[in-house]
Design a protein around this ligand. Structure first.
Ligand code: FES
Ligand code: FES
Length: 248
């Protein structure tokens, strides 16, 4: 026959706690109270000065007038009227009409917007056009010359280094600049000794140096092969019938 104590839930240790041994529930209650007291100053800080007040009205921002920005893009001078908030990517696409450079994430994560600015590859979505006043910019439209594909463009075709092609303008600009960086002796995160010129443009070097350019189609292996081929001079001679243009 069960006694009263036998009916207690084993977790209900408050019922068996002595005055000097508080039960678990009482302990948790105390801990919660301490936590609340600790958080109270923060809560007060959030609400101070606005007891019962209506939410503040949105602050009206003054429009910032456009200003002239001059860029040399693919050898052609552009004089644009741009608000200071316009990114280089939007300036190229929406104002200069060069739709080859793609907007993927618009936050520096995919590399689709890569262009070459004064010799350096950059994510054009992460920089303001006004910061490049007077700069020389190369976009994918500027890689070919007089309708002749660049060696990197030919290698991408020969190695089937794209599927949908959305990432390809950024990949091409990035790969083109990559080879110049390597020739100039720039080390990468996988270069064994960063105090010396990297000895070889290995597959690991290419993958690391292209790691800022994502490809959702997964053409990575062929992109690496294309870059390697150009580096080693293993692209076919130009064939005019192979010439293509990158469209928006
Ligand atoms: S659009 Fe610029 S990094 Fe993705
Ligand atoms: S070819 Fe489709 S995202 Fe790279």
């Amino acid at each position: 026959m069960s006694s009263h104590n036998d009916c207690q839930h084993p977790d209900d240790d408050e019922a068996v706690a002595t005055p000097h041994q508080p039960g678990r529930r009482r302990f948790l209650q105390s801990a919660a109270a301490v936590a609340t007291v600790g958080a109270a100053p923060h809560l007060r800080a959030q609400t101070q000065g606005t007891p019962g007040a209506a939410p503040a009205a949105p602050v009206a921002r003054e429009a910032v007038p456009p200003r002239p920005v001059t860029l040399t893009v693919n050898g052609r001078a552009y004089s644009l009227q741009l608000e200071p908030r316009v990114t280089l990517l939007d300036a190229l696409r929406e104002y200069a009409g060069l739709m080859g450079t793609k907007k993927g994430c618009d936050r520096g994560q995919c590399g689709a917007c890569t262009v070459i600015a004064d010799g350096r590859r950059i994510n054009s979505c992460l920089t303001l056009a006004v910061m490049h006043e007077g700069a020389t910019i190369t976009t994918v439209e500027g890689l070919a010359s007089s309708g002749v594909l660049s060696p990197m463009q030919r290698a991408f075709v020969e190695h089937d280094a794209f599927q949908c092609g959305y990432c390809t303008p950024g990949q091409l600009c990035s790969a083109t600049a990559l080879l110049n960086e390597f020739r100039n002796g720039t080390a990468s995160a996988v270069t064994a000794n960063v105090r010396q010129r990297p000895a070889q443009l290995t597959g690991d070097e290419i993958r690391e140096r292209m790691s800022g350019n994502l490809c959702r189609c997964g053409a990575y292996a062929n992109i690496v092969a294309a870059v390697q081929a150009v580096h080693e001079g293993n692209t076919t001679a130009h064939d005019a019938s192979n010439t293509t243009q990158t469209e928006a």
